[in-house]
Design a protein around this ligand. Structure first.
Ligand code: C2O
Ligand code: CU
Ligand code: CU
Length: 480
C-alpha cells in the first residue's frame, strides 16, 4: 500500500529543520525520527468551510483539537477550534467583517493581501480587546486571487498564529467568472494551508522560541495541512486547482508532486497570471501563496503526494479515486496583468535587514530594518499616493528573511542585480518576497486609492513571525 511509503517520508533531521536552503533536499528518512507517530493512519484532509456573501461574523475563540492520536491540543481558532473559514468575496462588494475577540487576550485580524484603507487593515493599531467586536468594512478593490487573514498583534503574532488563528479570503471577479477554471470547493478547488508545529508530550503546542530558534525562526517537526497531520484527500481524475498558502511561522517549502510531474501555476500571491506557467516545483516562504492546477486526468486509481523538497516530507496525499463529473481543461489565457515600467519609477527607497541593539528593550539583540526595531509610535516612511517607486530590500544576514508590504501588491524587478534570479513562480503580483542570505531584491511598488496617517499606518516586515515579533517591522503612511 503506497500510503505507508508516504508516511515514512515524514521523517527529517535537525539539520534539515534548521536550514531553509534547498541544498538539504533528501527523501531519506532513515536519519531522522518520525514527525508524528508513524503508526498513525492518514487522516482525511480538513476542509475550511467556504462562506460567501458580504457580511461575515468571525469569532476568535479558544478550543481544542486532536492532531495526534490519543492527544488533545489546546488551540485558538476562528469560528472553530483551529484556523477558520474561507471567505469568498467579490470585487466591488462592500464587506462588513464583525470580528469578535473571545480570547483571553488582546488580538487583531489583518487582511493579508487585501488592498484596504489603513484603519481597516487589522494591523497592530487596530487592537480588539477581549470580549469586544471590531467591525471592519471595506470595498473589495482588487482582482481575483487567494488572500488570507491572521492576527497581527504587537509582539504576539507568532504565538497567536501558532495557536491556530488564520483563514483564507478568496476574491473573484468578472474575469475569473468567465475562466473555465476548477471552482468546486472540496472537489476540484482545494485549499492547502501549510503549517508546522512542535508538540509537547502532553499534546500541547510547544511555542517557546529560544534565542537560537528566534534566529532561525521557529520550525516544527510535524507538518499540518489545513490543520491535519498526515492528511489525505480523494479526488476525481481531472484538472484540480490547489490554493497553496504557506501559513507557517518560519518554514520555507519547496512544493512538488511526488512523481515530479509538471503542473501549472495560475496565480501568485494576490492575482491570477496572464497565462498558466509550467513548473515542477515552487518555493513558498511564510505568507506567500500560489494557485496551481494539476492534471490528474489519466491517473484514476493512483496515489500521489505533495512533497516538500526542502525537508523531503510529504504534505498531503492525493488519491485519485474516481471519474470526474465535469471537465475543466486548462485555459491557455487567463488575465491581462499590467506590469509597471521601471523607467517610470520616481524614487528608490532602501530597506536594510539586519540584527543589533536597535531596540528599546535594554541590551537585547533585535531584528532591525534600517537599523531600527519596530516602534508603534514611529513612522519610518512617508509614501506619496500614486507614485511608482522602487524599493530595494537587502538581507545583510546569513539567514533567510522575506519582506511583506501591507495595502498593495508589488512586482519583483530583480534579485542581486539580475532579473534572471527572479523565479518563474515569482513573476506576478506579489505581496511577499523571499530573501535568501545576503540577497538584495528590488520591487516596483505603488500605493493607490487610500491615504493613511500615523493613527493607522501600513506595515512592512519580515513575515518570519519570530523576526517580525522580534522587531523586523516598520510603518509607513501614505500622503496625497
Ligand atoms: Cu501577513 Cu503584516 O502580515
Ligand atoms: Cu499583510
Ligand atoms: Cu526575517
Amino acid at each position: 500500500m503506497e500510503r505507508r511509503n508516504f508516511l515514512k517520508l515524514a521523517g527529517m533531521t535537525a539539520v534539515q529543520l534548521a536550514g531553509c536552503d534547498s541544498g538539504s533536499t533528501t527523501n531519506d528518512s532513515s536519519n531522522g525520527g518520525p514527525l508524528f507517530d508513524a503508526g498513525q493512519a492518514l487522516r482525511p484532509l480538513a476542509l475550511p468551510e467556504l462562506l460567501t456573501g458580504t457580511v461575515f461574523n468571525l469569532t476568535l475563540q479558544t478550543g481544542s483539537l486532536s492532531f495526534l492520536d490519543g492527544k488533545s491540543t489546546p488551540t485558538y481558532g476562528i469560528n472553530g477550534p483551529f484556523l477558520g473559514p474561507a471567505l469568498k468575496v467579490r470585487k466591488g462588494d462592500t464587506l462588513t467583517l464583525n470580528v469578535t475577540n473571545s480570547l483571553p487576550e488582546v488580538a487583531t485580524l489583518h487582511w493579508h493581501g487585501m488592498h484596504v484603507p489603513g484603519n481597516m487593515d487589522g494591523g497592530p493599531h487596530q487592537t480588539i480587546q477581549p470580549g469586544t467586536t471590531w467591525v471592519a468594512t471595506f470595498t473589495v478593490n482588487q482582482g481575483a486571487g487567494t488572500n488570507w487573514f491572521h492576527p497581527h498583534t504587537e509582539g504576539q503574532t507568532g504565538r497567536q498564529v501558532y495557536m491556530g488563528l488564520g483563514g483564507l479570503m478568496i476574491v473573484e471577479d468578472e474575469t475569473s467568472d468567465m475562466l473555465d477554471l476548477p471552482r468546486t470547493w472540496g472537489t476540484d478547488d482545494i485549499p492547502l494551508i501549510l503549517q508546522d508545529r512542535l508538540f509537547r508530550s502532553d499534546g500541547s503546542f510547544d511555542y517557546a522560541p529560544t534565542m537560537f530558534t528566534q534566529m532561525t525562526g521557529l520550525v516544527g517537526d510535524t507538518l499540518l495541512c489545513n490543520g491535519t497531520a498526515g492528511a489525505f484527500i480523494r479526488l476525481p481524475a481531472k484538472h484540480i486547482r490547489f490554493r497553496i498558502l504557506n501559513a507557517s511561522n518560519a518554514r520555507v517549502y519547496d512544493v512538488a508532486l511526488s512523481d515530479d510531474r509538471t503542473f501549472w501555476q495560475i496565480a501568485t500571491d494576490t492575482a491570477l497570471l496572464p497565462e498558466p506557467v509550467a513548473l515542477q516545483n515552487l518555493k513558498l516562504s511564510p505568507g506567500e501563496r500560489a494557485e496551481i492546477v494539476v492534471d490528474f486526468t489519466m491517473d484514476q486509481g493512483r496515489s500521489f503526494a505533495f512533497r516538500d523538497r526542502v525537508s523531503g516530507a510529504d504534505l498531503v496525499v492525493t488519491d485519485i479515486d474516481r471519474a470526474p463529473d465535469t471537465i475543466t481543461p486548462l485555459p491557455a489565457q487567463l488575465v491581462t496583468l499590467p506590469v509597471p515600467d521601471p523607467a517610470a519609477a520616481v524614487r528608490t527607497r532602501s530597506f536594510i535587514l539586519s540584527m543589533g541593539m536597535g531596540g528599546m528593550r535594554g541590551g537585547a539583540q533585535r531584528f532591525l530594518i534600517n537599523g531600527k526595531a519596530m516602534d508603534k509610535s514611529r513612522i519610518d516612511q512617508i509614501v506619496p499616493l500614486g507614485e511608482l517607486e522602487i524599493w530595494e530590500i537587502s538581507n545583510t544576514m546569513n539567514l533567510v528573511h522575506n519582506f511583506h508590504v501591507h495595502g498593495t501588491h508589488f512586482y519583483i524587478l530583480d534579485r542581486n542585480g539580475s532579473a534572471s534570479h527572479v523565479a518563474a513562480y515569482e513573476k506576478g503580483y506579489k505581496d511577499v518576497v523571499l530573501l535568501n542570505p545576503f540577497d538584495t531584491v528590488r520591487i516596483l511598488i505603488r500605493m493607490t486609492d487610500y491615504t493613511t496617517d500615523a493613527a493607522a499606518p501600513y506595515m512592512f516586515h519580515c513575515h518570519i513571525l519570530e523576526h517580525e515579533d522580534g522587531g523586523m517591522m516598520g510603518q509607513f503612511t501614505v500622503v496625497a
